[in-house]
Design a protein around this ligand. Sequence first.
Ligand SMILES: *[C@@H]1O[C@H](CO)[C@@H](O)[C@H](O)[C@H]1NC(C)=O
Ligand SMILES: *[C@@H]1O[C@H](CO)[C@@H](O)[C@H](O)[C@H]1NC(C)=O
Ligand SMILES: *[C@@H]1O[C@H](CO)[C@@H](O)[C@H](O)[C@H]1NC(C)=O
Ligand SMILES: *[C@@H]1O[C@H](CO)[C@@H](O)[C@H](O)[C@H]1NC(C)=O
Ligand SMILES: *[C@@H]1O[C@H](CO)[C@@H](O)[C@H](O)[C@H]1NC(C)=O
Ligand SMILES: *[C@@H]1O[C@H](CO)[C@@H](O)[C@H](O)[C@H]1NC(C)=O
Ligand SMILES: *[C@@H]1O[C@H](CO)[C@@H](O)[C@H](O)[C@H]1NC(C)=O
Ligand SMILES: CC(=O)N[C@H]1CO[C@H](CO)[C@@H](O)[C@@H]1O
Ligand SMILES: [Zn+2]
Length: 462
Amino acid sequence: MLLKMLLGFLCGVLALAAENDTAQQDPPPLLLVSFDGFRADYLQRFPMPNLKLLYSQGVLVEQLTNVFITKTFPNHYSLVTGLYAESHGILGICISNMYDPVSHKYFHVNNDTDPMWWSEAQPLWLTALDHGYKTAAVMWPGSDVTIRNRTATHFFPYNPAVTFRQRLGNITDWIQGNGTEQGVKFAALYWEEPDRSGHIFGPDNNTAMGEALKEVDDNIGLLVSELKRTGLWGRVNVLITSDHGMAQCSAERLIRLDDCLPSENYTLVDLSPVTALIPHKDPEATVALLNKCHKHLTAYLKKRIPDRLHYRNNERVQPVILIADEGWTIVQRGNKLPRLGDHGYDNSLPSMHPFMAATGPSFRQGYRLSSLHSVDLYPLMCHLLSVTAQPNNGTLTKARCLLTAEKCWDVSLMVGLVIGVLLVLTTLTVLFRFMSSRHRPGPRPFQRLQVDDDDDDDPLLE
Ligand SMILES: *[C@@H]1O[C@H](CO)[C@@H](O)[C@H](O)[C@H]1NC(C)=O
Ligand SMILES: *[C@@H]1O[C@H](CO)[C@@H](O)[C@H](O)[C@H]1NC(C)=O
Ligand SMILES: *[C@@H]1O[C@H](CO)[C@@H](O)[C@H](O)[C@H]1NC(C)=O
Ligand SMILES: *[C@@H]1O[C@H](CO)[C@@H](O)[C@H](O)[C@H]1NC(C)=O
Ligand SMILES: *[C@@H]1O[C@H](CO)[C@@H](O)[C@H](O)[C@H]1NC(C)=O
Ligand SMILES: *[C@@H]1O[C@H](CO)[C@@H](O)[C@H](O)[C@H]1NC(C)=O
Ligand SMILES: *[C@@H]1O[C@H](CO)[C@@H](O)[C@H](O)[C@H]1NC(C)=O
Ligand SMILES: CC(=O)N[C@H]1CO[C@H](CO)[C@@H](O)[C@@H]1O
Ligand SMILES: [Zn+2]
């Protein structure tokens, strides 16, 4: 009887293992979608019926702690590499510049295809090629660059005039494949909103942001209906996320650099909300001067940039950076506010955080996590694709909880349990000690009969 049960159990385990093995040999395709500048709390502020339906059938991570600086290019590259900006080398840029002191090259958004900028890391659409998969990346930052001599199997040069429907249509075709062409296993899709509207109108404008997010939600509705129409729904894992949030700016919150330091005394590389500059004279003195400039501005010498920002160990980090407080805008001169909404600020600010929602055969249903690091999505995606991850700064520990096939130990519950057990044991020990010490002094009638009872007398234990 016992043997039978044991055998049954073993067979079950083996069957499960085999099942998982097949799943690992041919994992479902993965579609990664980014809606630029989707601040996490938009989900609470606006209806978003299609997105809410999607994660009610899947998982939601309410906030992602993204990487510093909280701009578009660094964060999109972190999503597909799992690296902090200092480790992947894309350190700046949304509307601004980056300078490489080794090659003396400047990076411009309209001319970012020099592989040099991107080749310090290898994005997932290339790593997945090594596993024999076809991949696609549409408008994702870096996708049209020949990185380490390769591109995704399919990609488009950046063109904001290509509609969401067109980008999506190409991707669903590529995932399906055809008689001659094997289907794509990993596809990344980028869309410009709600970032664009957030910059123009500011995130606090409910009317304008309501409209922008209605459009984003309509696109999510289109995504679901297209996946259903092509028979891919339920057969692909879909991961929807973003790069950063958005803060409200104001003409009343301007920091003028000309008030503190003459512009001929430095070379400006990037302006706001994180200013990068190269002082022409003594950097220490420049930083001391700039730190007295404005109470909402902090200046750092490169070597003193806080560890937690992971924004120091790279040649491309400039000698001096200035970080504005949330909602403050750094300008060189004048009273003109360039944008009503901006991002790039400290990545510990909730207003800078995006979210993540996912659904598909590998994800649990109706599950929520309050937070995750954005660099954790890379090891999660590698796991979903059974691709060996490149060295990265993320971890699967918490992200594992999002998956159906995984055992997930709630860390706080485990810690609570362990502490509880320890408490009970300690109490029992103390009680036992107390009792036995109370009993010991008094003469006990049968003392001589208790052979070897007293451990304290055992010489081996001394
Ligand atoms: C990028 O632009 C700069 C200046 O506009 C130019 O010198 C450089 O050759 C361009 N690089 C590429 C790869 O087009
Ligand atoms: C890239 O390809 C060129 C020629 O096509 C070759 O000379 C070069 O060594 C390759 N670089 C790498 C990193 O493989
Ligand atoms: C693919 O994108 C192109 C534009 O780049 C568009 O003309 C075409 O219709 C798209 N294909 C599908 C199936 O949507
Ligand atoms: C199959 O797909 C590839 C890539 O999308 C395309 O180039 C080719 O024309 C397609 N072949 C057929 C028969 O549709
Ligand atoms: C909000 O945006 C709308 C455009 O959608 C604009 O007409 C309105 O003036 C803006 N409101 C504020 C307070 O800026
Ligand atoms: C700016 O540069 C000029 C000329 O080199 C110098 O005289 C001046 O002291 C500098 N000012 C500051 C604040 O560093
Ligand atoms: C991030 O990962 C890279 C690659 O493994 C590593 O070189 C770097 O030290 C890591 N950064 C931190 C802060 O752990
Ligand atoms: C437990 C588990 O994930 N089982 C999966 C194993 O793989 C098959 C298909 O290959 C899936 O249908 C199972 O859901
Ligand atoms: Zn932006």
